[in-house]
Write a protein that binds this ligand. Structure first.
Ligand SMILES: Cc1cc2nc3c(=O)[nH]c(=O)nc-3n(C[C@H](O)[C@H](O)[C@H](O)COP(=O)(O)O)c2cc1C
Length: 184
């Protein structure tokens, strides 16, 4: 079977962001999963001004469009900011529309508190529906982000690996089914 192209998008450009470690871990686990071609995307490399529709220079906008045209789905790793998602992630998502249509999206939430960004995940799903994406039920929640990794950068709780593999398997099911349906 041809591999599915599933980019991993980190949704915060905050200096000192803990979610970067989580996003890199999710990216590594996506490679372990084996059925995906993947690419690490950082919102900070795309969004440069806070102007809806003109949030990134045209060459970045073109690149983002090409990535999402090719993509069979999207994983978003995002922190929770005031029970929502970062403004820069919204600017990034609002840059495109048709490129997302009828493709699945999975969300990994990151937070300082106990809930792992659960409220952000719920809110982001509503936005993804409007982009005509298919947000999947499964999500992986990363609470207490500052304490998730040891000094060597390894995840302290190995069960996150298993949780991510289940999450990817569910995303792959939708990515595969929807890719076939889009081509039919
Ligand atoms: C503006 C702002 C709002 C935040 N709001 C929440 C929140 O609603 N719930 C929560 O658990 N943590 C909240 N946090 C803490 C972040 O979840 C925490 O910084 C965590 O490490 C993930 O975000 P980071 O990638 O920016 O580090 C907030 C942080 C910032 C900067």
């Amino acid at each position: 079977m041809e591999k599915l192209f599933i980019p991993i998008l980190l949704g915060s450009d905050r200096e000192g962001r803990q979610s970067e470690k989580v996003a890199r871990f999710v990216f590594d686990q996506a490679k372990v999963y084996g059925k995906f071609d993947t690419q690490f995307l950082d919102v900070k490399d795309f969004v440069q001004t806070a102007k809806t529709g003109a949030a990134m220079p045209s060459e970045k906008s073109k690149l983002w469009s090409e990535i999402m045209k090719r993509a069979d789905g999207l994983v978003i790793v995002s922190p929770e900011y005031n029970h929502g998602y970062p403004g820069e992630l919204k600017l990034m998502l609002d840059q495109l529309y048709q490129e997302y249509n009828r493709k699945p999206a999975g969300i990994c939430g990151v937070s300082a508190g106990d809930l792992g960004g659960a409220r952000m995940v719920e809110v982001l799903r509503i936005c993804l529906i409007e982009l005509q994406m298919v947000p999947i039920r499964e999500a992986v929640y990363f609470p207490k982000a500052h304490d998730l990794f040891n000094e060597k950068g390894e995840i302290r709780d190995a069960s996150y690996k298993e949780r991510l593999q289940k999450f990817f398997a569910e995303l792959a099911w939708y990515a595969d089914a929807l890719a076939k349906a889009r081509k039919a």
